[in-house]
Design a protein around this ligand. Structure first.
Ligand code: ADP
Length: 728
């Protein structure tokens, strides 16, 4: 029986891996497994299968715990060799395959070489499946070559030759034989020597070279006998006997066959003994195999459930993280929203505050500008009236123009501000469209002369004589457009055309056209010019402008529910047009006219008290009042007003609002506390709407904004005085 020879072969490999193992063991538990594996190797070497299996079984369990594929593979291999040696061929194949699977996973080449070689031996010598054996040997040879394990390569070559010769394929076996003959020194071992010689003998026998064959067979037998290597020696006798028989030396063939039989019987007895000694062990082997199977299954199951629980833990962690992130994002969002809300509220407050500040700023500035302008315009008028010879003075008319321009700028800014804040309400006044347009033409005559322009007026005769509407805002629109036309036209003509567009009951839709033949407006600029402070391609010296005119026009037309149309070509001129509805109601008109007439027919001499701190304004107001044959007294502040009122009676008080020491409201309150019922008119540079509430609560009867049309002031004065007298 061949077992012994191959066990030896196997053990050499085991020693290799045991060494490798010791090199890898670097932790305590790994050291323990390595130690157990080494012991299993040692016991196998001593053919102490029971102990070897016990140790390798334990080592296998630990190796599974460590998930160390190399150690799992090696212990499976030891177990497989145990079974192989014990003649349990199928169980051995089973464990070799397991060992091979784990060796592939760990990718340790020496291990794969060893296991495939063991499988080759098993299929060749035990199962007599030479083809399968050769396949495993060749596989093993491939791994051996990778690592240059010379001895193992030589032995595997030897086994391949033997397998091929066994199936009488001498041709295939020859290259392998040549290799071993060349590398005999790598074989290192007497039994291998015997095999090499009788394989050469078999080769030459097949080649019919009796001399060479005889020589090799005899050498194999002599090495075998001298070293007492019976395992291989019997093959030498057997193959020699076959050769002798082939060449007709029957007697000698028989003699060698006897020698073969004798050794075989000896070996069979030994084998029988071994079998007998392990007979009771067989059941335990089955049990052992089941145990080992169980270990793996349990470990795999454990591993799977561990993997499952790991997956569950990982999933749990991931889900927790996602939740955490969601919560964090949620909190952040809520905070952001809160912050945004707070910021929005703050921004709103700031915006409101800013808007209030802006309004206050604009009204303060307007007030501060209007007050001195009132003086400038007033004094200019006075000068012109008192010194008729100066009426031709260019300087004086320029002064008047500039003052008026400044005044209009302040009014423009104030107006835009008011429109933007929706504080403008259109008024209903009776007017005659022709009168209004002629007035505009006259007031712009200075401008038309400057650029040598003619103003042509064309009014549709179908338009009724009197219309009702906000003539002041209409005048403002026309003034802006006509003055622009005059500014941007030289030596040309500006046409103001008014047509009756349509009539809807009492509503008369007037269509206005302001046409010039001036410089024109480029198409790209046509939409821009209605924005605030936009001036297009004008040089400083050309004209003075604020860039607010068209912006106001657009907004004022918006109040009338109308829009502006523009047609213009560079060099050809410009045409602005719009339609505004006015009311035509003869009854209403009559009433308004009557009222005006009543107001202006007064010829009484009234006594007026002027409370004003600004000296220039004192002068201007006084002049206006006295011009109408009224009598007036002027005081600088509220206290003086209270003082004089204690002594004298007045028909009316003109009260400035913005005064040092005590303002107009406070002064009025105190006057009322003295039970003085004299009508008080606030004469102020403030915008009327801004102070109305406070004025009424202080006891002021009416407000008139500086600079004012004297007629308007007298209208109010006579109305209030008459009313008070009627009540009194
Ligand atoms: P400004 O007070 O500077 O005239 P406007 O708002 O009234 O401001 O006009 C804006 C711009 O539109 C002007 O600077 C001018 O370039 C252009 N524009 C307005 N009317 C005319 C016109 N009739 N002909 C040519 N250009 C004009």
């Amino acid at each position: 029986m061949p077992h012994y020879r191959f066990c030896f072969f196997i053990f050499i490999f085991l020693n290799i891996f045991c060494h490798e193992l010791s090199a890898q063991a670097n932790t305590v538990s790994l050291a323990k497994v390595k130690d157990l594996t080494q012991k299993a190797c040692d016991y196998l070497d001593e053919t102490n299968y029971e102990k070897s299996l016990q140790k390798s079984g334990m080592a296998l369990q630990y190796a599974f715990d460590l998930k160390n594929d190399t150690l799992i593979s090696r212990n499976y291999n030891i177990i497989a060799i145990n079974f192989h040696d014990l003649g349990e061929v199928d169980k051995a194949v089973f464990f070799y395959n397991k060992a091979l699977a784990y060796a592939e996973r760990s990718n340790i080449v020496s291990l794969r070489m060893m296991i495939t070689s063991n499988l080759g031996n098993l299929f060749f010598f035990e199962k007599k499946l030479y083809g399968t054996g050769i396949t495993y040997y060749k596989e093993s040879l491939k791994f051996g070559k990778q690592q240059k394990y010379l001895k193992e390569i030589a032995i595997t070559n030897l086994n391949i030759v033997w397998s091929y010769f066994k199936i009488e394929n001498y041709k295939e076996g020859l290259p392998y034989l040549r290799y071993i003959n060349k590398h005999q020194n790598d074989l290192e071992g007497k039994s291998n020597d015997i095999a090499l010689n009788f394989l050469n003998g078999m080769y030459w026998a097949n080649e019919n070279n009796a001399v060479k064959a005889n020589e090799y067979f005899l050498k194999a037998i002599s090495v075998g006998e001298s070293k007492d290597e019976k395992t291989d020696l019997i093959y030498a006798y057997l193959e020699y006997s076959k050769f002798l028989n082939k060449i007709g030396k029957s007697e000698e063939a028989y003699k060698n066959l006897l020698s073969y039989s004798k050794i075989r019987d000896e070996l069979t007895d030994k084998e029988k003994l071994k079998r007998a000694s392990i007979a009771g062990f067989n059941r335990e082997l089955d049990e052992y195999k089941r145990e080992i199977d169980k270990i793996e299954n349990e470990k795999i199951e454990q591993y799977r459930s561990l993997k499952k629980s790991r997956i569950i833990v990982v999933l749990f962690v991931i889900i927790s993280l996602i939740f955490l992130l969601l919560i964090i994002t949620l909190i952040k969002n809520i905070r952001l929203k809160k912050k945004a809300n707070i910021e929005l509220l703050q921004a709103k407050e700031i915006a409101e505050e800013a808007s209030l500040l802006k309004t206050q700023f604009i009204s303060t500035i307007s007030h501060e500008l209007r007050t001195p302008l009132y003086g400038v315009v007033g004094i200019t008028n006075m000068l012109l009236e008192e010194h008729k010879e100066l009426s031709q003075s260019q300087h004086l008319s320029s002064l008047k123009f500039s003052a008026r321009y400044l005044l209009s700028l302040v009014n423009d800014i104030l107006q835009i501000n008011k429109i933007e804040e929706n504080r403008v309400i259109l008024e209903n006044l009776t007017f005659n469209i022709s009168d209004e347009i002629i007035m505009i033409k006259n007031s712009l005559s200075f401008l038309s002369q400057k650029n040598n322009n003619k103003i042509k007026i064309d009014i549709d005769p179908c338009i009724p004589e009197y219309l009702i509407g906000d003539k002041l805002r209409l005048a403002q629109i026309l003034m802006n457009l006509v003055s622009n036309a005059l500014k941007f036209t030289k030596d040309g003509e500006v046409e103001i055309i008014v047509k009756l567009n349509k009539v809807e009951e009492k509503k008369y839709f007037l269509e206005f056209h302001i046409i010039d033949n001036g410089v024109g407006i480029a198409v790209v600029d046509q939409s821009k010019i209605f924005e605030k402070f936009v001036q297009v391609g004008r040089k400083e010296e050309d004209y003075q402008g604020t860039g607010l005119g068209l912006s106001i026009v657009k907004r004022l037309l918006g109040l009338f529910g109308s829009t502006i149309n523009l047609e213009s070509d560079i060099g050809a001129g410009t045409s602005f047009s719009f339609v505004i509805p006015f009311e035509h109601d003869p009854q209403k008109t009559r009433k308004i006219i009557d009222e005006i007439e009543v107001d202006l027919t007064s010829s009484e001499v009234y006594k007026i008290l002027i409370v004003e701190d600004n000296l220039i304004n004192q002068l201007v107001t006084k002049k206006i009042i006295e011009k109408n044959n009224y009598v007036c007294e002027v005081v600088d502040d509220g206290f003086k007003a209270l003082e004089i009122l204690e002594k004298e009676n007045f028909d009316l008080i003109l009260m400035d609002i913005n005064m040092p020491l005590m303002n107009g409201f406070e002064t009025t309150k105190r006057i009322r506390l003295q039970d003085i019922k004299t009508p008080i008119v606030a004469l102020t540079a403030f915008d009327k709407d801004e102070i109305t509430d406070e004025a009424i609560s202080a006891g002021i009867n009416d407000i008139i904004v500086k600079p004012f049309e004297p007629v308007k002031l007298f209208k109010i004065i006579s109305y209030l005085i008459k009313e008070t007298k009627n009540v009194g």
